[in-house]
Design a binder for this molecule. Structure first.
Ligand code: DX5
Ligand code: ZN
Length: 241
């Protein structure tokens, strides 16, 4: 997939907060501004109380950038949409365990379509859903807000969860397992991203923090650059430790 040249810490703008009247341009601009991954929030007004966009929009904006598409399914049921989003250009597809009758099967379906597979944990979802599927996962996405809307406040307890999942992933890799991205979604801002990175997150969804103002005078480049500098300082801190 298109994720091979990415940095160790990745910024994934959520286009949920972008200007939907010119989505293609927004995607192009935010990637040209230094972001790594495009995060697409798919909501169905059933699993979550909001409705966004489907595979046709995904396919339409796919040709505007070579950056990986990280498709976050907030839909129930899940399985029928997996091949459709894979064909629409998704590189990563993640879903919520509560929305699938057969989690292991849904994960397998994603990989069969050549995509990377992710499981999304809501703030109150316990970690034991990971117990028997670690080898099936390429990504674990921790929700730091309740899913459904952009612009909500970060739930601090997610930091404890991040540290716990980081320990699980490190143990899995140390035992010979495949690498797994650890992503966070919700309320990520300039003033908390370093603390979140210190808890072991490597992929950072940011919606309103990036798209909160129009891209005038290089605004996206300044915001993405500032987020990146915060992450660089964490990495420097880690190396020094
Ligand atoms: C919420 C979505 C998020 C959302 C994040 O259900 O999954 O991706 O867009 O938005 P911010 O960064 O504004 O909290
Ligand atoms: Zn999301």
């Amino acid at each position: 997939m298109r994720a091979e040249h990415l940095p160790a810490l990745r910024i994934a703008p959520s286009i949920l907060s972008a200007d939907f009247s010119r989505l293609g341009e927004e995607v192009e601009r935010v990637i040209a501004s230094g972001a790594d991954v495009v995060h697409l929030d798919i909501m169905d007004n059933h699993y979550v109380p909001n409705l966004t966009f489907g595979p046709m929009v995904c396919k339409a904006i796919r040709r505007r950038t070579a950056a990986p598409f990280d498709v976050h399914l907030m839909v129930k049921p899940v399985d029928a949409l997996i091949p459709i989003f894979a064909d629409a250009g998704a590189d990563i597809i993640s879903f919520h365990p509560e929305a699938s009758e057969h989690i292991d099967r849904s994960l397998a379906l994603i990989r069969e379509k050549g995509c990377r597979a992710g499981l999304v944990l809501n703030p109150a979802t316990p970690l034991h859903v990971l117990d028997h599927v670690m080898s099936r996962l390429d990504l674990i996405l921790l929700m730091s807000v309740n899913p459904g809307f952009g612009g909500q406040a970060f739930i601090p307890e997610t930091l404890n969860k991040a540290r716990a999942v980081r320990a699980r992933i490190d143990a899995h890799v140390a035992a010979g397992g495949q690498p797994i991205w650890l992503e966070i979604d919700g309320g990520v801002k300039l003033d908390n991203i370093a603390e979140i990175a210190a808890a072991g997150i490597d992929t950072f969804v940011a919606g309103s923090a990036i798209f909160g103002a129009p891209d005038e005078d290089g605004y996206y480049r300044r915001v993405v650059g500032a987020l990146r500098r915060e992450l660089d300082s964490t990495q420097a801190h880690r190396r020094a430790a």
